[in-house]
Write a protein that binds this ligand. Structure first.
Ligand code: AMP
Ligand code: GLY
Length: 418
């Protein structure tokens, strides 16, 4: 029997831990640092956060596979350190993680290899940014280079708004690198691919809801809810996006001697001119993982170990139901958040993946921004949505959550008479 290590502390890591634990080969899943909401038989949080401590733990416990949830430690070289110590790990090296950690690197790669994306320019100073903006069409998108946790993107309608944004950025970070790009009109969804040296496996696609408020208003967040599969997209559209956006970037990374391994997250904008890349991430999405992983019918541990070691593998996914997840966040998210709110008890048929929670006198209370994801599934998005909101209604009033997760799928089903 094998022990697995999942690195991270959010709802995404919680669902990964639960999915690994379903494998008959897995004895126990450690989550570093995890959170007290995860502690159930077979899942053990361990208070470790640094790369050397994680390497030592994996050695001491003879961990059979390590999986990393968030981008930060990947960008800091966790995989390089594990590989140097001969420890099995599923993820990208520090060099390959640039696909997420540097927007400037990725934009150049996309332009060099002619992979469809918004036209962009990279600037290194305030005067340079001002001169690009003076020539630009509006709306314009301004992105701060480096890991910004979903908060580094500004969509500006006017030159005045754009200049306010760049002035604020250069006042705060004198050496900021900005990517200034065309605004893409279209619908957004995400493709997730498990990438091994010999094989790439795609999961069902998902749609995330990044803005804080209903009807896509308010600031960008890490993600307020998601659903999967996305039935308003045709199989042909998804295949086109895989062929034009996913596989070519993997080939480009090979050609640049930066072979990519691990989870590739492709943020797609489906435009009138076809699919275009909004961004790549080098890890699974949160909350998308919470609605995609429960659809897996094969053995995640076996699948990822096979992929990592270059053996052929088959991942099987359900396609009967739509899985829909709603993020509960503490009031004030994404800025200052209220702490120590009691976590609601939800009906047993709701999947709960915990994130920003802690234990005070044996009860779970909120500790961070996103507190948990509540997930339900049903034959249609309409039914799954009704089910999850019925569970949250009156129980989750102390928290903020969007009331319209899955609305695009619900509207599609209505139109199709489903
Ligand atoms: P990113 O951090 O690059 O994923 O951007 C966050 C969000 O900003 C995306 O999910 C999109 O909704 C939006 N966005 C980013 N780039 C563009 C673009 N070029 N055109 C339109 N919307 C964009
Ligand atoms: N849900 C968006 C992300 O994980 O980046």
């Amino acid at each position: 029997m094998a022990d697995v290590l999942v690195v991270g502390s959010g709802a995404r890591e919680h669902i990964f831990a639960q999915t690994f634990l379903k494998s008959p080969h897995v004895n126990q899943v450690f989550v570093a640092p995890g959170n007290p909401g995860m502690q159930t038989p077979g899942i053990t949080p361990v208070a470790l956060t640094t790369i050397p401590d994680l390497v030592k733990f994996a050695q001491d416990k003879a961990i059979a596979l390590t999986f990393v949830g968030a981008e930060k430690l990947l960008a800091e070289g966790l995989v390089d350190a594990f590989e140097a110590a001969n420890l099995p790990v599923f993820g990208p090296t520090q060099a390959a993680a640039q696909l997420e950690s540097s927007k400037a690197f990725t934009k150049k790669l996309l332009h060099d290899y002619k992979i469809p994306t918004a036209m962009s320019q990279t600037t290194h100073s305030l005067p340079q940014a001002q001169s690009v903006l003076a020539q630009h069409a509006y709306p314009v998108v301004i992105k701060l280079d480096g890991l910004a946790l979903g908060k580094g993107v500004h969509i500006c309608q006017t030159a005045q708004e754009a200049n306010t944004v760049i002035n604020a950025i250069y006042t705060k970070y004198a050496d900021a690198v900005l990517v200034i790009e065309d605004y893409l009109e279209g619908v957004e969804y995400s493709i997730f691919s498990f990438v091994g040296p010999k094989q790439v496996v795609h999961t069902p696609v998902a749609q995330d809801h990044k803005r804080l408020l209903d009807h896509d208003k308010g600031p960008n967040t890490g993600g307020m809810g998601a659903y999967s599969p996305v039935r308003w997209l045709s199989e042909a559209d998804i295949q086109t996006a895989i062929n034009q956006l996913v596989m070519p970037v993997l080939s480009a990374m090979e050609a640049e001697a930066l072979p990519f391994r691990g989870v590739l997250y492709t943020g797609v904008m489906q435009t009138a001119q076809g699919p275009k890349v909004i961004e790549y991430n080098v890890r699974f999405g949160d909350p998308e993982a919470q609605v995609v992983l429960p659809q897996l019918q094969s053995d995640l541990f076996e699948n990822l170990l096979d992929l990592q070691q270059g053996r052929p593998t088959q991942m099987h996914w359900q396609n009967q139901d739509v899985y829909l997840g709603v993020t509960l966040a503490a009031p004030g998210y994404p800025e200052q958040q209220l702490q120590n709110l009691a976590i609601p008890t939800l009906p047993n048929d709701i999947q709960i993946d915990y994130a920003g929670v802690t234990k005070v006198e044996n009860t779970l209370v909120s500790r961070g921004g996103r507190v948990l994801t509540a997930v339900s599934h049903d034959k249609t998005a309409t039914e799954a949505q009704a089910h999850v909101y019925a569970a949250l209604n009156q129980r989750a009033d102390d928290f903020i959550y969007r009331r319209d997760i899955g609305q695009q799928a619900v509207a599609f089903e209505k139109m199709e008479g489903l």
